[in-house]
Design a protein around this ligand. Structure first.
Ligand SMILES: Nc1ncnc2c1ncn2[C@@H]1O[C@H](COP(=O)(O)OP(=O)(O)OP(=O)(O)O)[C@@H](O)[C@H]1O
Ligand SMILES: Cc1ncc(COP(=O)(O)O)c(N)n1
Length: 297
């Protein structure tokens, strides 16, 4: 396990739902934390009966047990970073936000709303609670394009739209707003994630893998950001390391035979730890290293 400069073991907490299929949710988060050398802890918000084909059932946990899990880990263990994923419903959002107010480590908010197969993981009426309670807590927010559309009201058809949405998310309280590009297939042969912080856009790109083994990519990416922050990485370097890890995890699983549908990614990959990343640039990851290229906008 990675030790911080003061000698303590780096640790992160994920607050998310369970995916029985093992590719997304808590399972993806803990596999990712482990792979980053970070000790992982989990607070479950919901149990899903799910596989690579779809979500068969969702059981949100009573808010009292969500709160109790949070208190248990908080009272004994400490965190260097926290990630939130599927929160399930408004009651859980309020309980989690109440518990996280005043926490002094970075929080990565992945505003999970819809599963790959289209099933709702958050009721549309509860999106307002994510905006009001979770985005202001976010050191890094990591919506995909459809989630960013719902949070900002901006229709996202292009990279320029994604960039505007990232700026709007920062206006809603996220310190670093990342709009992920996995769903922007019209954008060409690259999967480009756009980061807005402090008036500047930074872009992280990788070749788009022609694969539908992308179940859990969002969970894996956001927990990779949290694990990097838990190790003490600076924000842009943390996002870059996460981009390298998810790109490798998607590529390595492209020929897997796990499940009949949107299969999981290969969490056994290692991230690349980049040199200093400058804001306002575009970085292209080729599977081995990052190269700086002209910003696309
Ligand atoms: N086919 C692909 N090839 C390479 N990178 C990809 C591909 N699909 C997604 N990514 C990358 O994976 C990460 C997660 O992005 P994505 O937009 O898929 O998240 P998500 O929609 O939350 O995940 P999911 O669709 O599983 O819910 C981003 O860095 C994105 O650019
Ligand atoms: C329990 C749970 N949480 C989140 C997701 C979304 O997965 P992703 O956006 O990473 O594909 C999921 N399918 N199941």
């Amino acid at each position: 396990m990675f030790r911080r400069p003061d000698g303590h073991v780096a640790r992160m907490l994920t607050i998310a739902g369970s995916d029985s299929g093992g590719g997304a949710g808590i399972q993806a988060d803990l596999k990712t934390a482990h792979q980053f050398g970070v000790y992982g802890m989990s607070v479950l918000t919901a149990v899903t009966a799910q596989n690579t084909v779809g979500v068969q059932a969702v059981y949100p946990l009573p808010v009292d047990i969500v709160r109790a899990q949070l208190e248990s880990v908080r009272d004994d263990l400490s965190f260097d970073a926290i990630k939130t994923g599927m929160l399930g419903d408004r009651a859980a959002i309020h309980a989690v936000a109440d518990a996280l107010a005043g926490v002094d480590c970075p929080i990565v908010v992945d505003p999970v709303m819809i599963a790959k197969g289209g099933e709702a993981l958050l009721h549309p009426d509860d999106v307002a609670a994510v905006i009001e309670r979770m985005l202001p807590l976010a050191f890094v927010a990591t919506p995909n394009a459809p989630e960013a559309e719902r949070l900002t009201g901006i229709s996202i058809r292009s990279l320029a739209d994604a960039a505007r949405a990232a700026e709007a998310l920062a206006g809603l309280g996220a310190r670093y707003a990342v709009v992920k590009g996995g769903h922007l297939e019209g954008a060409g042969h690259l999967a480009i994630d756009v980061v807005f912080h402090d008036g500047t856009w930074t872009f992280f790109a990788a070749p788009r893998v022609p694969s539908h083994k992308t179940h859990g990519t969002g969970c894996t990416f956001s927990s990779a950001v949290a694990a990097s922050l838990a190790r003490g990485a600076r924000p842009l370097e943390a996002i870059a390391a996460a981009k390298s890890y998810i790109s490798r995890a998607i590529a390595a699983a492209a020929d897997w035979d796990v499940g009949r549908g949107h299969g999981p990614t290969d969490h056994s990959q290692s991230p690349v730890w980049p040199e200093r990343m400058e804001a306002g640039r575009m970085y292209l990851f080729d599977g081995h290293q990052f190269a700086e290229t002209a910003p696309p906008l």
